[in-house]
Design a protein. Sequence first.
Length: 393
Amino acid sequence: MSQESSASLDRRQWMLASASAAAAMPLLATSASADDPPRPAPSPLIVRQSTPENLETVFANLDSFVTPTPSFYVRSHFAVPSLDEKTFRLRIEGEVDRPITLTLDEIRRLGERTVTVLLECAGNGRVFLNPQAAGLLWDYGGVGTAEWTGVPLSAVLERAGLKKTAVEAILYGADTGEIKAMPNPFQTPGPVHFARSMPIAKAQRDALLAYKMNGAELTPAHGFPLRAIVPGWYGMASIKWLDRIVVTDRPFNGYFQTLEYAYFERRHGEPVLMPVTELQVKSTIARPARGETIQAGAACRIRGFAWTSDSEITRVEVSTDGGRSWNNAQLAEQNVQNAWRMWHYVWQNPTAGRHTLMCRAHDRRGRVQPMERDPDRRNGMISHVLPQEVIAR
Ligand SMILES: Nc1nc2c(c(=O)[nH]1)N[C@H]1C(S)=C(S)[C@@H](COP(=O)(O)O)O[C@H]1N2
Ligand SMILES: [Mo]
């Protein structure tokens, strides 16, 4: 597929999204940000798949640090399991001194905290890959930031007591199913639970078992009654409907970190398949949106979001001429590790015609958003700079 045709596909998807938003919502007289021209109220989510339900955020409509729950993307591999708060139990077993099961009340008593954490699907931006990669074709909106309330995973592990042999914690969701819609080597051997592991050090450092999102009980789609939140890692690590933790004495090779959600890392120059973990430094333009018409000659406020893993966004550059020249954007003061940072740049005098916008983020660890796609990342971890065409009239 040529660059041209993939760009027009995106534009069509954007127009479909905004057309359905316009049909469903009355036009607001004023927009959320005084600097943006008026547009429809926050739209419903875009349906990427209906069974199971996979829903994308309309990124161009995001204009707040915390993403409201009704606008937060949903990524589920299997049907939402129906779980009853009263009979729900979390089981912890494996390399522990005492295998235990905990009720939600027992979990809540382990020391509540609230963190603001961004989740980004490892496949976010997949629609831009060329050649097209396997998986759901997310545009910009497989990402969001929410306030999560729960207890540290470390507190739960402490209750069970880790043996000296403990190396990883595997988190299992209650959801289960088969993956068959791919060629044989990528199918599951019968039904599996959605599961991911992390090293014990990560589990003890900052992973959270959350029962609230944005101050309210988790919704079924987002993992009711209990989910993991793994700060700084791609979303697949944040297991929803979490009902089982197995501590192991060796790395886990489950389906969702080998055949899926894995990328090639070069070791001694040779590719080694590794589970996807840490978020890459990335920024995305929210407005003007791809294909949007802006006013020629009038100052245009370009705004967006930038994020990274276990670091801080220190700079976002914006180009209005397809990457020939770059200008520093203004970073918002609100700067929370493992959430995102809002930014804007005022483009003083757009001339009539087509323009290609770009943005590029830097972090405190010295990482820079790459200009080129790295094919070793297979079908995920999509963070390279993307051109965004707008029209000034
Ligand atoms: N049990 C379970 N947990 C899961 C998933 C899943 O399918 N089942 N999807 C993962 C993926 S790939 C992502 S990106 C995030 C999305 O979380 P959200 O649906 O709350 O946005 O959940 C993760 N946790
Ligand atoms: Mo994901």
